[in-house]
Structures are given as C-alpha cells and as structure tokens.
Design a protein around this ligand. Structure first.
Ligand code: MV4
Length: 499
C-alpha cells in the first residue's frame, strides 16, 4: 500500500479521499491555491503545499506544480478526485513518468474514453446498443444534413472530445441544422481544441442512468448497481439516487452486463462509470464512459456498503478487488442532494461569501460530505458545491422522507443555497412517484414557484433563518414570574431553557 498520497483537488472530494487514506493508515498531502489557504482540505491533510494563484489553470490544473508538490513531499501516489485533471490523459501519463502512481485508469484508457465518437464506435463493435446516428465523425455540413435526414429530426450534434453536455447542440429541424452544426463545432474547438463532431437521433425525455464499475489490475471487473441522475439543470446534476426507479431487476442485470461488455475489452482498471440514456420504452443506449470517481459515488456506497475510494486506493496499489460480482449486493435506497452556493430564486447565480452560520443535518442514515465550516469564505474561483447530503432508507419512499427531514435540519446563513429548491423537488408528486427524466426539472420549475415568482417556501426559510439568527445573537428575555410551560412560552422565551 502507499505510504503517502497527494490529493490533487479541493473541497469535499479532497476530504473524502483524505478520510479513506486515514482509514488505511496512509499519510496525506493537500495542495491548495492562494484562495484556499483556509480551506478544510488543507487542515485535514497531514502535509500541504501551496501550488499557485487562485485561477485553476495556475494551481489545480497546473501539472508541473502538482508533480513538484508530490516530489517535494515524497508522495508515492496522486488521487485526482473529479473535475480538474481527473480525466486528463497527459496528467496521468506525466504522473506515471515521474514514478508516482496515478490513482485511476491508465493514461491510455483515459485517452480512449475521452474520444466519445471512438467510444461509441467501440460500443457498437461490442454490440452494446447506441442511439442511431452517424457511423463516425462527420466532416461537413452537407454530410451531416444527409445523415440527419436519414435519421429523422430532431437530431443532436455532439463534440467527439466533449462529454457532460459541452459542445452539444440539438437541431429540431432541417432549417436549424446548419446553425446547430456550426455552433457545436465552434464550441468544441474553443473548449477542447478539436472541432470533430458526430450526430445522433435526439431522444426527448430520456432518463440518465449510469452504472458504477470497478476493475482491478488482475483482470477482474465488476459493476456496482446503477445511479439515476435524471434530475439535472443544464447538465448540472442536482439529485442522484441508487438504484433507479426505472429499472426492473431484469433490466438492471442486463444494463450491468452491457456496462461490463463496454469496458471489458479495454482491460479497464480502477473506478469508472458507464453512462446510458434510457428512453420511455425502457431501452438503454450507451452514451459514454467517465474514467473517474464521480461526484455522486456516495449513493452507490450507501446501497452496496462498498467504500469506493478505499477500493480505488487498493486497486492502484496492485491489490485485488475485495469483492467478486457475486458478493456485490444492494439494499434499500439512497438519495443525494447537491447543496450549492447558488440562488435558485435569482437564475441560480453563484452566491459566494462568508458562511456566518451553519448547522448540517445528522441523525440515522444521514451523511453530509461537506467541504465548508462556519466562518468559511467561499472563493469565487471554483464551483459552488458546498456539500453533498446523502441519505439511506429501506425503500424509495423512506429515503425521500428522510431527505425531507434532513434538508429541513440544514441551516446555512450568509450565502444563498439550493436547499429551498431541493426541498421543493423532493416534495414534488412526480419526484415522489419516480416520474423522472432529464426534462423533469425544467418542467417542474414553474411549479416550484409561488405567484410572486419566488419559491413558496421562501417565507418559511426566511422565518427559520430569522429565528436562527435571533437565537444565536439575542440574550434571553426576562423570565416571567410564572414558570409553568405555557406561561414560559407565552412570554416569548422559546428557545431558552426553563429554569
Ligand atoms: C443525448 C440526449 C438526447 N439524445 N443524446 C447530456 C450529457 C451527455 N453525456 C449526453 N447528453 C445527452 N445526450 C441523444 N442522442 C440528451 C442528453 C441530455 C441533454 C441534452 C441537451 C440538453 C440537456 C440535456 C440534459 C440531459 C441529457
């Protein structure tokens, strides 16, 4: 096993990895930008190195500085977390060339999975179903239009180097095809340095269902149940769950097999996710492979009992997977809500600032993977994720009830958060019934608003926060002479202990 692991990331995921290391008695090294001096991951790690200025390209995306930090501190492995350099083949390769172990798939596997058009081709070769579309990259507008006519509109133009929604444009009809094609190409070139695109028939209300997989360096690969990530807004997932209410046990088993089929040939190692869209008829279509640990991995951990980061570390150290496919079972239901510092009442704009009051939910079957603390100032340079609230229940209804309870316990003062929106979504009849698709959120957003254009629960939240502030800063009111419970309460002494 490793002696010292450097975590090339920040926020809650850096803490998540540090925790797994500590439980395996591995020393930890945090790297941080000048904006993150006061961040929790720096305090949690045994050692830390400042790697540069706040913009990510000067710090968390700066490969030479991260390698230098590992060399200075004597780290023998690097965990990339998610985002930043997690799926950068050049980084994985540079780490390896520096005689440091990259905790993730090989540079070659990352490169392979990064080319979405090639991954799609490979899936087709392996008889894993894909959405009808172009055979490969489409060179010209004319060729694209021909393919689109053959498929029938609407179609979607996707960047080969893309993924996660970037460089993607829907063409509803032939008139709008040229524009969609041009914009997708342009965006792809700007974002990925390659304007290669391919075309697929557009599915209008699919569910986004992904299979967690794990492979070791001894040729064993297994899947660990699916996650349903259909509740998202502009490719930002808000709520994820495991398992999915859309799959029967037979469909689940079939998708697990398809996911394994898609990665077996390439000898995939470490954690990965095979992403599918599932249409209204329940047919799965391969989309892409995410060669990293994902944000929403805790829901899988909660239903399977497998510590995915621990397994990542063990696999990277050359050990065998703890479990076999036959040993992996899932029980009950887990739901995750992403708590972001964004104002859902003001176009979901980031709400940076200082957290002046904070109380995270707890209690049975509640997990809060947070990267913040009371007094912490959220830097404006990075994403707005404050924490992931994950709950488990014996079934989906119990998990929904528990999430509602946990969200109601959450208090964040000083910045706006997505909690009021999440509360409303969890309470929505369609969410409760599991009537989900990637179109769900946009469709129900108006339902979540009251007549004044704000969420109906704003008044409630404001009252709760006012009460919280009062209790924190006020001094107790004078005690009434009559200290019976009813008189005590009538005297406005709620929140103060009766003598
Ligand atoms: C699609 C699709 C519909 N049809 N492909 C989004 C994430 C990426 N991994 C795949 N994505 C999609 N691919 C076909 N053939 C719908 C999505 C999609 C989406 C597309 C446009 C705008 C919002 C979206 C939200 C979720 C999924």
């Amino acid at each position: 096993m490793f002696k010292r692991v450097l975590i090339a990331n920040r926020g809650e995921i850096a803490l998540r990895v540090i925790r797994a290391c500590k439980e395996l008695d591995i020393e930890t090294v945090a790297v941080y930008s000048e904006a993150d001096r006061e961040s929790l991951h720096v305090r949690f790690a045994a050692d830390d190195v400042c790697i540069g200025r706040p913009p990510a390209r000067d710090s968390y995306l700066n490969i030479p500085r991260i390698i230098a930090a590992a060399e200075i501190t004597g780290a023998d492995a690097i965990h990339p977390g998610y985002g930043f350099l997690a799926e950068n083949a050049e980084f994985a390769n540079t780490v390896r060339a520096s005689n440091i172990t990259f905790i993730g798939p090989t540079a070659e596997q990352i490169g392979q999975m990064g080319d979405k058009a090639a991954a799609r081709k490979l899936a087709q070769k392996l008889k894993v179903p894909t959405v009808p579309g172009s055979a490969g990259p489409v060179e010209s507008m004319e060729e694209g239009l021909k393919v689109a006519h053959k498929l029938g509109f609407p179609v979607i133009v996707k960047a080969a180097a893309g993924g996660g929604g970037k460089g993607m444009r829907v063409a509803p009809d032939a008139e709008q095809f040229a524009q969609a094609f041009g914009l997708a190409k342009q965006e792809a070139l700007a974002a990925f340095g390659s304007d290669e695109v391919y075309i697929e028939k557009y599915l209008s209300r699919p569910r986004h269902i992904e299979i967690q997989i794990m492979g070791d360096t001894h040729g064993k690969v297994m899947h660990l149940c699916e996650r349903d990530c259909s509740v998202q807004r502009r490719h930002q997932k808000l709520i994820e769950e495991a398992p999915s209410s859309a799959l029967s046990p037979a469909a689940r088993a079939e998708m697990g097999e398809l996911a394994l089929e898609a990665v077996r040939a390439s000898g995939y190692t470490n954690a990965g996710t095979v992403e599918f869209l599932v249409d209204e008829a329940g047919r799965p279509y391969f989309m892409e492979v995410n060669a990293r640990l994902q944000v929403e991995h805790p829901v899988t951990e909660m239903v399977t009992g497998v510590d995915l980061v621990r397994e990542q570390l063990r696999i990277a150290a050359g050990e065998k997977l703890t479990l076999t496919q036959a040993d992996v079972t899932w029980r009950g239901w887990a739901i995750e809500c992403r708590v972001n510092a964004e104002d859902p009442f003001a176009g979901w704009l980031p709400s940076p600032g200082t957290i002046t009051g904070l109380r995270a939910p707890s209690g049975p079957w509640v997990r809060d993977d947070s990267g913040v603390y009371e007094g912490y100032t959220i830097p404006r340079f990075y994403d707005t994720l404050l924490s992931k609230l994950i709950v488990w229940g014996a079934d989906r209804a119990a998990a929904c009830d528990r999430m509602a309870r946990a969200l109601a316990e959450y208090r964040v003062v000083g910045v706006r958060t997505t909690i009021p929106a999440l509360t409303r979504i969890i309470a929505h009849p369609d969410f409760r019934a599991g009537r989900l698709s990637t179109a769900f959120l946009e469709r129900v957003l108006p339902d979540l608003r009251a007549n004044d254009g704000r969420f109906a629960s704003v008044a409630v939240i404001a009252a709760v926060l006012a009460e919280y502030e009062r209790a924190r800063h006020a001094s107790p009111p004078p005690a009434p002479a009559d200290t019976t419970p009813s008189a005590w309460r009538a005297a406005g002494t709620r929140g103060w202990i009766r003598p």
